[in-house]
Design a protein around this ligand. Structure first.
Ligand SMILES: O=c1ccn([C@@H]2O[C@H](COP(=O)(O)OP(=O)(O)O[C@H]3O[C@@H](CO)[C@H](O)[C@H]3O)[C@@H](O)[C@H]2O)c(=O)[nH]1
Ligand SMILES: [Mn+2]
Length: 359
């Protein structure tokens, strides 16, 4: 009888891809090696495609630069941002796996208050594999967590919960602040480790950060479009925010859950607040119109798939936000192009079958 293996097979080893947008060598992976090495990486190289990105030995990965994106998508590549971390969503599209974890290359392994290294990927997987509770708030937080449960008064008819589509992690050290806040509080660091995972209630939007994020690609993948940002666009650093608002209204409509809280990563570097202010300016102004728009969105009953929800959303974006700025007409069209490209690369029911790297 074979000796029991010393290391259990990592959870979802062949069902999860790690997507990393990058403009630099990926030395940060050395710190993540114990947790990431068993998984397949999809590296989306932004900026100059002639630059070589160094990946530490021993990792199984595929790498796409702008030339690859243009070759694979042809004219539809216009929906993938250039010179902005929003390019990462191309990795979601080409993946053939059920789950995605995306992380920035300046995010490192954090430690919990006991000093133990946090396996962020393991916590995201736990979050995704256990139900969410968007319809009724559990005051003891995640009822599916070891040592917790539903509290008295929680309706039994709701205790099954709903499938979790998104797991939104947080950051110690450099918090994900907007440029004005960064400018006012340049030295502020997040030292608070809050040991909780919460379901974001139905009907509530949230600011989704793409730095430390995991999701169920089969449940919500087509809505995880990070928009038109960066080069040639009037806005940046609203890629993940836009995706988060589209994802949340879609999850609310389809009865799916979004969780936020654990795991933490250690965000090591603050990006330049002045550069960020230029990128964010329109977003800070427009979001006062964008948020009421998403709060008022009501998707028709016949929108029974993510794609149908998303195409309907794109129509509404053009109709309602096109008046705010012509950019939203362009964005609405890009949202449809994204879905067309997604469906081309992921023919219904066929996506999980092809090996990674073949489009
Ligand atoms: O043009 C670019 C710039 C950067 N990247 C890669 O994207 C991530 C994030 O880059 P960075 O850590 O420098 O920027 P942050 O401000 O901390 O990013 C966070 O803010 C939001 C930006 O939209 C987003 O939620 C976070 O990413 C790194 O991996 C860079 O290598 C890029 O691809 N292209
Ligand atoms: Mn960063």
């Amino acid at each position: 009888m074979a000796a029991p293996s010393s290391t259990a097979t990592p959870l979802l080893k062949d069902e999860l891809d790690i997507v990393i947008p990058t403009i630099r060598n990926l030395d940060f992976l050395e710190m993540w090696r114990p947790f990431f090495q068993p998984y397949h990486l999809i590296i989306v190289q932004d900026g100059d495609p002639s630059k070589t990105i160094k990946v530490p030995d021993g990792f199984d990965y595929e790498l796409y630069n702008r030339n690859d994106i243009n070759k694979i998508l042809g004219p539809k590549a216009s929906c993938i941002s250039f010179k902005d971390s929003a390019c990462r969503c191309f990795g979601y599209m080409v993946s053939k796996k059920k789950y995605i974890f995306t992380i920035d290359d300046d995010c490192f392994v954090a430690k919990d208050p006991s000093g133990k290294q946090i396996n962020a990927l393991e916590q995201h997987i736990k979050n995704l594999l256990s139900p969410s509770t968007p319809f009724f708030f559990n005051t003891l937080y995640d009822p599916f967590r070891e040592g917790a449960d539903y509290v008295r008064g929680y309706p039994f008819s709701l205790r099954e919960g709903v499938p979790t589509a998104v797991s939104h992690g947080l950051w110690l050290n450099i918090p994900d602040y907007d440029a004005p806040t960064q400018l006012v509080k340049p030295l502020e660091r997040n030292t608070r480790f809050v040991d909780a995972v919460l379901t974001i209630p139905k009907g509530t939007l949230f600011p989704m950060c793409g730095m430390n994020l995991a999701f169920d690609r089969d449940l919500i993948g087509p809505a995880m479009y990070f928009g038109l940002m960066g080069d040639g666009q009037p806005i940046g650093r609203y890629d993940d925010m836009w995706a988060g608002w589209c994802v949340k209204v879609t999850c609310d409509h389809l009865g799916l859950g979004v969780k936020t809280g654990l795991p933490y990563i250690w965000h090591s570097k603050a990006s330049n607040p002045f550069v960020n202010l230029k990128k964010e300016y329109n977003g800070i102004f427009w979001q006062e119109e964008i948020i009421p728009f998403f709060q008022s969105v009501s998707l028709p009953k016949d929108c029974t798939t993510v794609q149908k929800c998303y195409v309907e959303l794109a129509k509404l974006v053009k109709e309602k936000l096109g008046k705010v700025d012509p950019y939203f007409v362009k964005l609405g069209d890009a949202m449809v192009t994204w879905i067309e490209a997604w469906d081309e690369l992921n023919p219904a029911g066929g996506s999980a079958k092809r090996p990674n790297g073949t489009a």
